[in-house]
Ligand binder design. Structure first.
Ligand code: HEC
Ligand SMILES: [Cu+2]
Length: 438
């Protein structure tokens, strides 16, 4: 059978020349092509972005050369070796060429190994835990991200405490606040399906994985360090998007990375005002409710234009105050809204499934615990959502607590613990905070 190999023509000098020319054209072409890459890619806003882009260039160049070379040679072959008129023969058969086969196995294998090594190095470099992370005022705090269909929420577990000794937690909704040079280390958890937290300008992306639901899924980490981008005004804003198709609201699952110029700007514009607001919540139940409602994941299921909520798992809360009085015969608007939140199963809004999580004073999920006072303020706030209101807003401070008492038997402290000693203390705290910011 040895003679079957003898029919293989030697690689002609012409073929070598053509291949070389294509290689050259491809290299020049792809180099020209990569000049457009900076136009296509977002700004390099993190320390990690440079190496990621370098890897991208390397992949583009190797992929581009292979692409142009193969497509070019294909085109030449189609023209040069086409069937001539009257030629009905099968054409010559060739049986293997060991040298050629070794070459086209060894070269791609080397390329793949090279890419694997380079990628692995960049990945380990970028995802390596840093020594001091999330440093604020010299202390390392935790920043937790929750993904839920269809919203991101960010939580700052600060190292500050309120008078009762509770650790202060700032909720910043869909926005991550950080500053140039801060080593960000996020802990990501999902409430439902797989999501993927992607900040393109930071060149980082990390999946959120479901796990034990009581734990809020299996935590994953995401690390990056924002850097200064020339010509940018600070605070600068960069998008966060969900990169894992998670349902029909996937495209709306967005947020922002807000990068401050330095720690001082971060403290002045975000951190201190947020802590101040938590320590000194407004006494007006409506204003307080507007603040409280944003501490829960209601935004992951409801539309509410006043707060830019866009989720559609549940009914829209726009104009809820106009409908609440007519939903259940015999139930007042206040009673209905309070019931929808603490006992959402009691009434099913037509066209929607019972998908709302349980909120209340003694639910298991820490994130869903809601005191009677919080419920009072949230109901007061929702009672203002509409052209008119079925709620008795002139007497909100009696009508809503009465409704909560009637339905759930809970007494509401309408002073939010601000009277007596506690009130004096928090007034002190206010004066102190005022001095701090002066
Ligand atoms: C997991 C999704 C989900 C979350 C989170 C959620 N809801 Fe709902 N909500 C729903 C669904 C679905 C309904 C309609 C079905 C029903 O009535 O039980 C609903 C109904 C309601 C209603 C009644 C609306 C109407 O038109 O009658 C109110 C009020 C409400 N939710 C408020 C809230 C508040 C406040 C929060 C946060 C504390 C919240 N929801 C969190 C899914 C959710
Ligand atoms: Cu998602």
């Amino acid at each position: 059978m040895d003679n079957t190999r003898s029919n293989i023509p030697a690689i002609s000098p012409a073929a070598v020349v053509v291949t070389a020319v294509f290689l050259l054209v491809s290299v020049i072409g792809i180099n020209w092509f990569t000049t457009f890459v900076p136009v296509v890619l977002p700004e390099q806003a993190s320390a990690e972005s440079k190496s990621v882009d370098e890897l991208f260039y390397i992949l583009m160049i190797i992929g581009g050369v292979v692409f142009f070379m193969i497509q070019g040679m294909l085109l030449i072959s189609v023209i040069a070796f086409r069937a001539r008129p009257g030629d009905h023969s099968d054409g010559p058969t060739y049986h293997g060429n060991p040298l050629l086969e070794v070459i086209w196995t060894v070269i791609p294998a080397m390329v793949v190994v090279f890419l694997a090594v380079v990628s692995y190095n960049i990945w380990t470099q970028n995802s390596e835990p840093k020594a001091s992370v999330n440093m604020v005022e010299g202390q390392s705090i935790s920043i937790n991200v929750t993904g839920a269909r269809y919203a991101w929420t960010h939580q700052y577990v600060t190292e500050r405490f309120d008078e009762a000794g509770n650790q202060i937690v700032i909720n910043s909704g869909p926005d991550l606040h950080t500053f140039i040079g801060q080593n960000v280390d996020l802990t990501l958890q999902t409430q439902d399906v797989i999501h993927s937290y992607w900040a393109p300008a930071m060149r980082v992306k990390q999946d959120l994985l479901p796990g034990d639901p009581a734990q809020g899924g299996r935590p994953t980490q995401l690390r990056f360090t924002p850097v200064r981008v020339e010509g940018r005004a600070y605070p600068a804003e960069y998008p966060i998007v969900c990169a894992e198709l998670c349902g029909d609201g996937h495209g709306r699952m967005r947020g922002s990375v807000i990068v401050y110029e330095d720690e001082n700007q971060f403290l002045d514009l975000f951190y201190e005002p947020a802590i101040h607001a938590i320590l000194n919540p407004p006494a007006d139940p409506v204003l307080r409710g507007e603040m409280e409602i944003q501490n829960y994941i209601c935004n992951s299921c409801h539309i509410l234009d006043s707060l830019d909520w866009t989720a559609t798992t549940g009914p829209s809360l726009n104009g809820i105050a106009e409908r609440a009085g007519e939903r259940v015969p015999g139930q007042s608007a206040e009673e209905y809204i309070a019931t929808s939140i603490w006992n959402s199963g009691a009434f099913r809004v037509p066209g929607y499934d019972q998908q709302m999580a349980a909120f209340g004073p003694d639910v298991v999920e820490a994130a869903n615990v809601m005191t009677p006072e919080q419920l009072y303020s949230i109901v007061a706030y929702l009672c203002t959502q509409g052209e008119g209101s079925d709620c008795d807003m002139d007497n909100a401070s009696t009508a809503i607590p009465d409704a909560i008492q009637t339905v759930f038997g809970y007494e509401v402290d309408i002073t939010f613990g601000m009277d007596g000693d506690a009130g004096a203390e928090s007034a002190d705290a206010e004066a102190e905070a005022g001095e701090d910011s002066a």
